[in-house]
Every structure is written in structure tokens, then in C-alpha cells.
Design a protein around this ligand. Sequence first.
Ligand SMILES: Nc1ncnc2c1ncn2[C@@H]1O[C@H](COP(=O)(O)OP(=O)(O)OP(=O)(O)O)[C@@H](O)[C@H]1O
Ligand SMILES: [Mg+2]
Length: 487
Amino acid sequence: MKINSIRFKASILYTSILCVILVVFSGVLFYLTALILYGDVDERLRLKATAVADILKSYEDLRKTPVTPQDLINRLLGIDDPSLMILENLWRSDIKALRLQEDYFFILNGYGMPVIRSENLDKNMEDLFKTQLPINFSGMFFKDIKNEKQRLRAINLPFSLSHRNLLVIQLATPLDFVIAILQKLMYFMAASVLFILGLTSFLGGFFARSILKPVLNVIKTADDISHTDLNLRIQETEGDEEMKRLIRSFNAMIERLEKSFAHVNEFSSHVAHELKTPIAIIRGEMELALSEPRETREYERVMQVCLQEIDRLTRIIRDLLLQARLDYNLEVFRFEEINLVEFIREMHEHSQILADEKKISADLKLPGIRQVPVKADKTHLRRLFLNLITNAITYTPEGGRIGIELTLAENQAQVAISDTGIGISEENLTKIFDKFFRAHKGGDDPVPGTGLGLSIARSIVRAHQGTITVQSRINEGSVFTVILPLA
Ligand SMILES: Nc1ncnc2c1ncn2[C@@H]1O[C@H](COP(=O)(O)OP(=O)(O)OP(=O)(O)O)[C@@H](O)[C@H]1O
Ligand SMILES: [Mg+2]
């Protein structure tokens, strides 16, 4: 798996997110467990310390008269009155019942002097109590104390006997079992986190591979496609919607490529054909002229034909070059602000000269206002409208009418070139802007032309951020509408 592959990134991302979640979750679990265990230990410490204090208080009740704590303790320990040895026995059995074997405790008097200590309390432990557990007669508190060997939890609980002399009990219990539980929990959680992470990264990689499998299919098909088999399509698989969309867009893209490839193919064969025809004519005429001696007039005729055909060739090549320049190089345009009213009026004058030759009338309709500013390249705009006007005149029989109309819409100027000519069939309407397409060629009297005029017109309109549309009916006429944005 490569480091910069989606599969790797996805599994790393999911594993990292899961890792953070698991670590946070484990941390919270660990903290809560420790809190509960400590709470439990503290509660037990409190109960034991209170029980020890209660035992002492109950002994005092055995005596009818109040005594000082020291008296009581002395007696408890059987120091001053052997007859009270019974108290000591009682003490031992009561303390035993409390199961304090593991715990260490001190009972200190008001001066902080120890008056009772548990039997297991050695020197080390006494030092630990003295150094780490402050004596406090005003309130109960808990504290962790520890030395190199042990860690304990301790309570400081003040209490008083009936004569109100204060005593304090300090009781500590080892935390061994709490630490053991927490340690085990930590090991268990670490192992679980590692196991879950390992499992998810494995499963993540596995699922990512199965999710991305269609992508590999797309890659394979894309690798296989060359210009000769643009008909290949990727099989749409059942599964993820995104994948289906990717495959659909990819197939649509290949289809568009296939179409434009076919278009380019068709276009080049058109070009070849268009260029071949005049060359064949020139060749034929010349061969015929040279096949036997001829009169000067005949040679002149052949030369005339050749010249015409050479003109035709030159025009095709010039138009093709112009078209290529218009489509791929916007720098050929020199935009300036022009007044469309004046410009259209000028176009109308030209069209009248052309139309007159064919006895066609040319009408003009302008809007009320005198200024309609547009940003345009005058030379190319002239070429655009001349192409449309020449078409209108060419494809309108004698005695017909053409019209040039300028109207204004919101932020747009609209120029309609209409005619009462032969019209264009619905089928051909979509094709007339294609290069070399000619709807009315052939027949006895073919209209001359190369079929590049409208294609060039469309390129010019596009370069001006405008649109060109056509409406037409066979034998009724056509209207070409150019819309240009106002400056
Ligand atoms: N006003 C019109 N009325 C009827 N048909 C038209 C009109 N304008 C264009 N056409 C059809 O559209 C075709 C393409 O026009 P286009 O101007 O691109 O080429 P052309 O006029 O044949 O040749 P040229 O490149 O010399 O202009 C024409 O051959 C013609 O069949
Ligand atoms: Mg034309």
C-alpha cells in the first residue's frame, strides 16, 4: 500500500480517530474506576476509625465517673489498676473483631503524643506517619502516604470523649489491592486498545480496498482506451452512488471525446475533399489542354478555370486559417467601444448594394435612441454581419426581401437578419454552424460557397460574449439573431 494512496490515508485517518476515542474512553474509565476504588477505601477507613473511636467511648461509659483520656488509656492498658485488666482484654477482642491486622493506627492526645498504637506499627511506619500525615484536631481528612516499599491511604479523624478532651485517630491501610486492580485494568485496556486498533486498521484496509475496487476498474479501462477504441465503456457496477456517478461521468466524457474525435475525422475528410476538388479540376483541365495542340482561346479558357479554382482554394485556406485563429487565439480581437446604431446603418448600406444586384429589397429598423454602445472588434463584427447578410441574399430568390433590425433588451442589443428565402429544414438547422456544412449544394446550379461562413460567424459572436440563434421555415425564410452584451 503506497503512503499517498487514498486507501492508506483513509485507514490511517480512521485508525487515528479511533485511537483518540479509545484512549480518551480508557482514560475516563480508568479515572472513574480509581475514583470509585478510592471512595470505597476512604469509606472503609472512615468506618474503621469511627468504630475504634466508638469502642473507646463505650469503655468510658463502663466507668461511672468521667476520667481524663490518659486515665482511661492507662486503665485500658492495665497500667494503674490491675483490676481493670478486663478492659484490656475487651479492647483486644474488640479490635480483633474490626480486622485491623493489615492496618496501622495511632491514637494521639491533645498534645499530639501517641497514647495507643497498633501492634504492627514499627519504626519505619511511625516515621512515615510523622513526616507525611499532619495531625489535625479540627476536621477529618484523607491522604496518600508512601515510602519506597508501600503506598497507603490514611485517615485523620478527631473525636472526643465525654469530658470533651480531644483525641485524634490516624489510621492507614495499604493500597496494594487498589493498585493491583488499577494496574490490571491498565494492562487490560492497553491490550484491548492495541487489539482493536490492529483489527480496525486491518478491516479498514480491507474495506477500503473493496470500496476502491471500482476505481481500479475505471483506471484499467482508462488505461486501455486509445483513439482507436473510444467505443469502450466502463461497466456500471451495483454499489455506491458516488462510484456510479464517477463511472457515468467518465463514460459521458469518453462519449464526448468519441463524438469530437469523429467530428475531427469528418472535418479533416471534408477539408481534404474541399481541397481535392479544385485541384482535380485544375489537373483535369490542364491534362486536357496538353493532350493535343489547341487554339489560344482554349488555353485562355483553361487558364481562367484554373485561376477560379486557385481562388477557391485560397479562400478555403484563408477561411480555415481565420477560423483556427478565432477559436484558439483571442488576441486577434481588438475590442473597442462602438455605437451599434451607426454600425448597423453602415451594414445596411453595404447590403443594399449587394441586394440591388439581385433585385432584393433590404429593410432597416433601428430603435428610437441614437446610441447603443457595445464592446466589439469592428473588423470581425463586420465580417460576422456580412456573412449573415450575404447568406440572406444568396439564399433568397430574386424579388425577395431581407431585413436588418436592431432592438434593445435589458443589457443586451439584439440584431436580427431576416430573409424571405428558401429556408432551412429543421433537420439541417442544428448543422448549419458546422464547418463545411452546406444545406443547398448540388443540383444544376449550385450556389458557390465553402460552408465556413456561419462557423466563422459563431466564433466571432462567442468571442464577443454573445449568442447566435436561427429560426427558419422551408420556402418561407430565415431569421438569424445575434445578441451582444451592452458596453
Ligand atoms: N439565410 C439562409 N437561408 C437559407 N439557408 C441558409 C441561410 N444561411 C445559411 N444557409 C444554409 O447554411 C449553409 C451554411 O452556411 P455558411 O454561410 O456557413 O456556408 P456557405 O454560405 O454555404 O458558404 P460560405 O462559407 O461561402 O459562406 C449554407 O450552405 C446554406 O445551406
Ligand atoms: Mg455563407
